[in-house]
Design a protein around this ligand. Sequence first.
Ligand SMILES: Cc1cc2nc3c(=O)[nH]c(=O)nc-3n(C[C@H](O)[C@H](O)[C@H](O)COP(=O)(O)OP(=O)(O)OC[C@H]3O[C@@H](n4cnc5c(N)ncnc54)[C@H](O)[C@@H]3O)c2cc1C
Length: 333
Amino acid sequence: MPDALPGLWQKKVQESVSEEGIPDGPVRLSEYPDDGASQLPCGFPQSHTGWPKGGSLAFARALESRYRSLGGQIEYNSRVSKILVEDDRAVGVLLADGSEHRADAVISAADGHTTIFDMLFGAYTDDRIRSYYKSPPDHSEMSLQVSYGVAGDMTGEPHSLTYFLKSPVRLMDREVDRLNVEVFNFDPTLAPPGKTVVKVMFGSRYSYRREFAQDRRRYEDEKARIAGSVIGLLEERFAGISAQVEMTDVATSLTTERYTGNWQGLQAWMPPGAGLTAMTQGFTRTLPGLRNFHMAGHWAEAMVGLSTAAISGRKAIERMCEEDGKKFRTVLD
Ligand SMILES: Cc1cc2nc3c(=O)[nH]c(=O)nc-3n(C[C@H](O)[C@H](O)[C@H](O)COP(=O)(O)OP(=O)(O)OC[C@H]3O[C@@H](n4cnc5c(N)ncnc54)[C@H](O)[C@@H]3O)c2cc1C
């Protein structure tokens, strides 16, 4: 445990550590750099860090509802293939269906690599941006999620737990000696009454998964094998759970890539050596040489998280207000 952890939180953790396991999340705090480890738990006692009820969908729906109530319009299922540029000014988008939509300004909240190198053909970059996207991490944490719908409310179980296995097992490309388990018994919107979602997360290499997925059948068989192995490992801590499983879902970073378009299923990563600069100044909130264009979301900030994405969108609007000479203000209903 890093010494830098705030005293109150450290005391709480130490008190609750038992032989059964460590109250750790999918992010292994023990393996986190000191500054990250100290920042993350700092928010817990003050309720600055938490879980939006309903998860990310409810979070996005709340933003959608507010945007619509202010007169905004949203067109879903509209893939952008190109950002239209005239005289180094973004003037709209071309959709995959061939339709063009003109605009006073364009904000891309889509995948950074797609935005910069496909939608804008790499015309607005510099060495910093090129070198960032040239060396994506092959390994990523949280790149394999195994979820189960369990017939039981699992009241009394911790929300998140890491426990060590009786003996290590091989899952995809790595040896696993512990399980990082999340028990969503604290959010009644995620499962019908009396039932619970349980999720286990692992890291793995993208190149391995990509190679595996060349053969779709083999990939699906491997996912089924993983689901079977993991439920067996959950039995070590949650005896009888396998008989209660009503639903199973295995998602890899290829799933993330397919559903969200995120490059290699990745989440943005902090540029090496950027430290706090990325946190305060973002990474590609705008692009060099391109006017009337903004980016928002994790690629703009080179930092991940729902809260990051929301704050990033707000920063984009603040910049636009500044450019237009308008005062940025927020209103609470
Ligand atoms: C497995 C996993 C677990 C995570 N767990 C957590 C967590 O517990 N807490 C947390 O805070 N964060 C978590 N994250 C991180 C979080 O999900 C991301 O940081 C966040 O979703 C980034 O939001 P975003 O809006 O920037 O990007 P995204 O959520 O990736 O949204 C990008 C959107 O752009 C759209 N898009 C892409 N290409 C195009 C195109 N050409 N045209 C039109 N639209 C396009 C996509 O459809 C997508 O809707 C997790 C991520 C993963 C992968």
